[in-house]
Design a protein around this ligand. Sequence first.
Ligand code: FNR
Length: 351
Amino acid sequence: MHEQLQRLRDDAERVVDPDMWSYLNRGSGDQRTVTEAHDAWDRYRLRPRVLRDVSHVSTELPLFGGVWRTPIGIAPTAFHAVLHPEGEVATATGAAAAGAPMVLSSRSTRRIEDVAAAVDGPWWFQVYLMRERAITAALIERAAAAGATAMVLTADTPYVGHRARTPALARPLPLGDDQALINVRDHFPEGVEDYWELIDQRADLSLGDIAWVADVCELPVIVKGVLRGDEALACIDAGADAIWVSNHGGRQLDRAISTAAALPDVVTAVGDSVPVIVDGGVRDGFDALTALALGASAVMLGRPVMWALAAEGADGVAGILDELTGELRHAMGLAGAACLGDLDPSLVSGR
Ligand code: FNR
């Protein structure tokens, strides 16, 4: 793990409510998948090229009509207001300062429109298919109207994985309904008693829902939570415009394989047909380089952004994105790559 990230994590632990800290960091079940995530990247080694002109190394990423200064971006994570008073607006401000891709969670605790204003550039919205489809559709439409340029459909959460085996760890978050429901409450039907039930995930989500999301907004749909090449192809057949390799930060199916191990299979199956994105356990520029060389177009951070947000707000988020991007750029140069297009799987050995 990058030194500055370790410091931000330590600082965050001192200020974050203990229940939130546990919610943020834990994986599901016996914690196998969450524990293995970073080590799985670390098992790869690099095979650098030499005598390439690396006097200018660019990390610029063009994707879905947007251009970012870095391929290291922000994965969608829930409930940022528990970590910082400005919540997702601070996260978005940090992303904008770093020129990094930002994905806003359906469980945002700031209004979608306010976050969009802070990003000041292209961003994507993450979609949980909720029990009440009309609410899901309303959120997709609002995000598109606010300027989202793609939708990220989370496919690995038909219901939430068991993240606590003891009642003490299953306590509710320190979050009021006014914040937790800020984006959805305008769309509730009359006379409902349990709002949370309406916005719970749908266990019946299926391949057909990829086209449903695309029909609602006519934007590219990225399917998040794919760990197999054959499944990636099924999603593409069903209309996916990109595949996001993820095990939800080890929070859904415990003992699911690491994303570092899954990525090559998905990239091989998908070929050049659509971009592949990856997240999970990426903690420094070398992890990012490995992922990009193995065929990812962009590499996303979940917990690291939340630690940085809690410790130092928007500056912390921008700072860690800049720091990891700097480390990536440095490593790219030493590996003989002047731009992301120079990266390929031959740079990586030792799966
Ligand atoms: C998440 N993740 C997630 N994913 C999603 O699609 N919608 C969401 O609202 C959330 N919320 C969320 C909350 C918290 C606290 C965590 C840790 C994760 C999963 C997230 O997008 C991503 O897949 C992982 O976090 C990536 O792994 P790392 O970087 O945390 O190891």
